[in-house]
Design a protein around this ligand. Structure first.
Ligand SMILES: Nc1ncnc2c1ncn2[C@@H]1O[C@H](COP(=O)(O)OP(=O)(O)OP(=O)(O)O)[C@@H](O)[C@H]1O
Ligand SMILES: [Mg+2]
Length: 150
């Protein structure tokens, strides 16, 4: 599934569409956000988290690695692996315990092992001043969810 995102509002709308297409119980789901610096990964994550009911800022997890959000429909873990250079650093991340929530992961390529069982990859590319998103299913449930996004 590929979609042209003319401006930031379109990136936000795509995040909302994805949120709406997902099951109410998102525990155990992992969505990867890939794309170059400035492609719009955090814009997408921020919109998704706000749409899930979070009020207030959504700080970048670049230094903390994880920012958890306890929300009515469950916990969202916003994860940013940009600063991770050695997968050993992730030993204390407690990845498997995060299974009780929904994991939204920026820069997943820093830790390929961790994200081997992800459900979706939202790939953001530059397209002039705008962006283009390609969403790929990585699991069976992820692939069937894509069919619900228009
Ligand atoms: N569809 C779009 N068209 C044009 N600009 C966009 C679009 N979506 C987001 N942007 C803009 O791109 C800029 C960078 O966005 P963002 O910080 O979300 O990128 P990022 O992928 O998280 O970057 P980084 O890798 O540095 O963390 C922001 O100014 C944002 O408003
Ligand atoms: Mg970012």
């Amino acid at each position: 599934m590929s979609q042209f995102l003319v401006d930031e509002a379109a990136t936000i709308a795509l995040a909302e569409n994805l949120y709406n297409a997902m099951p109410e119980n998102k525990a155990g789901w992992t969505v990867l956000l890939t794309g170059e610096l400035g492609a719009g990964k955090s814009t997408f994550a921020r919109a998704f988290i706000k749409f899930a009911g979070h009020i207030g800022p959504v700080p970048s997890p670049t230094y903390t690695l994880i920012e958890p959000y306890e929300l009515p429909a469950g916990t969202i873990y916003h994860i940013d692996l940009y600063r991770v250079s050695d997968p050993e650093e992730l030993r204390y991340l407690g990845w498997s315990e995060l299974d009780c929530g929904f994991r939204l992961v920026e820069w997943p390529d820093r830790a390929p092992n961790l994200v081997a069982d992800a459900d979706l990859n939202v790939e953001l590319h530059y397209d002039g001043d705008s962006r283009r998103a390609s969403i790929h299913g990585l699991s069976e449930r992820g692939s069937s969810l894509i069919k619900k996004i228009n």
